[in-house]
Design a protein around this ligand. Structure first.
Ligand SMILES: NC(=O)c1ccc[n+]([C@@H]2O[C@H](COP(=O)([O-])OP(=O)(O)OC[C@H]3O[C@@H](n4cnc5c(N)ncnc54)[C@H](O)[C@@H]3O)[C@@H](O)[C@H]2O)c1
Length: 370
């Protein structure tokens, strides 16, 4: 293969690049080195063996240049996190994805496989069960409910706390944040244009991904790096809600392996796949483990603040992807070890999370409970 990895300087893309090169494939990277993620420019981990193009997925000429000689695409470039740059999410994630297909069609480029990063965010909430309703997929918890510190998802029929359940790809998308919507439209563009132009497409709905190379600068996304940067600066990692919300944290190498698995597969159709471990971890437990590994002098702080549209629990059922031979190899414990080993090698770590979150409070993205 000669694979174009968009966003190949970032967390997930850079690990995909390494694995592709290791397997003997040729690689081109297209990355705009987004200053929020890469304030110091091109990161040192970009291998010399890959062709690097500094450019934007939403720029026709940059994409055309990047697609020279390419037969497969791993599309990872995106703008993420909870910020108020509403339209920019759509410029990069939605319009940028459409641009790639536009260049493919206009320039008559033959692509054998298009694997793209979608996100669990498209679902909004996870799947739940209550004795009265059985399995149900709720809309995001209301601001009124969250203000009253009723953090758990409630059964709309009985009002009782509902139990989180693993969900498959069949779950309906209910995401409400600009990021969630832009990723959902991105996925729809990939699946529909793949069908139109007869390109096999896999849209991978990643769970929360972490690992070495997660930007230590971006205060808007990447809970591992946000917590760790606060901890080493003697600040308590700030936990939204009560800390008992869970996430299906997945190690970056497992996500990169999922990409390689589908790039090398005989997939002929256009499909979505969940990519998660199926093992949820409480956010408070993650914060405590990072404090223990990085600086025992600080403890997590429960803020009882919240962000409307945040999910309470997510448990991925990734059986569909496992049929292609993929399985996660890292537990949360081994993943945290690998991450903190890397984090300890980072010099002069600072945190801009306190200022960034103050800004998000002012515009109502972060809200206080009563
Ligand atoms: N990390 C997660 O928890 C997670 C979860 C679900 C989905 N995803 C998706 O996975 C993909 C990769 O995420 P990541 O965690 O590696 O993020 P990242 O920020 O580490 O990497 C994204 C890369 O894309 C580049 N980029 C941003 N805008 C661009 C543009 N307009 N043109 C070209 N390059 C651009 C950035 O410079 C960066 O190197 C994204 O599509 C993201 O939406 C990530």
């Amino acid at each position: 293969m000669h694979c174009l990895v968009t966003g190949g300087a970032g967390l997930i893309g850079s690990h995909i690049v390494d694995k592709l090169l290791k397997k003997g494939h040729d690689v081109t990277i297209l990355d705009n080195l987004d200053p929020q993620t890469h304030p110091n420019g091109k990161p040192s981990w970009i291998p010399k063996d890959a062709k690097f193009i500094h450019g934007d997925v939403n720029n026709y000429e940059d994409v055309k240049k990047a697609l020279e000689g390419i037969d497969s695409i791993s599309h990872q470039a995106a703008f993420g996190g909870f910020t108020n740059s509403i339209s920019y999410y759509f410029d990069v994630n939605t319009s940028g994805t459409a641009k790639i297909f536009e260049v493919i069609r206009e320039e008559g480029i033959e692509i054998n496989k298009f694997v793209m990063a979608s996100s669990q965010a498209i679902f909004g909430e996870g799947l739940y069960n209550s004795p009265k309703l059985g399995n149900f997929h709720p809309e995001p918890r209301s601001v009124e409910q969250l203000k009253q510190k009723k953090w758990e998802v409630l059964c709309p029929s009985s009002g009782e706390e509902a139990k989180p359940m693993p969900f498959t790809e069949q779950l309906e998308p209910f995401g409400v944040s600009p990021y969630a919507l832009s990723k959902y439209f991105e996925e729809m563009i990939g699946l529909a244009f793949g069908k139109t132009y007869r390109i096999p497409v896999a849209a991978l709905r990643y769970a929360v991904t972490y690992g070495p190379r997660q930007s230590i600068y971006n205060p808007y996304t990447g809970v591992f790096s946000i917590f760790s940067s606060m901890i080493v600066n003697n600040l308590s990692p700030l936990i939204f809600e009560d800390g008992n919300q869970t996430r299906d944290f997945i190690f970056v190498e497992d996500v990169a392996d999922a990409n390689i698995c589908l790039l090398e597969s005989d997939l002929k159709t256009q499909e979505s796949f969940n990519v998660g471990t199926g093992s949820p971890t409480k956010v408070i437990d993650l914060a405590s483990s990072l404090c223990k590994e990085l600086n025992e002098k600080v403890q997590p702080k429960i803020s009882e603040e919240f962000r409307y549209g945040d999910s309470r629990h997510f448990i991925h059922d990734s059986s569909k992807l496992k049929q292609y031979g993929w399985a996660p190899r890292f537990t949360i414990e081994t993943g945290i070890n690998k991450y903190t080993e890397w984090f300890k090698t980072q010099e002069n770590v600072q945190t801009s999370f306190p200022e960034a979150s103050e800004g998000l409070r002012k515009i109502g993205v972060i809200q206080k409970s009563d």
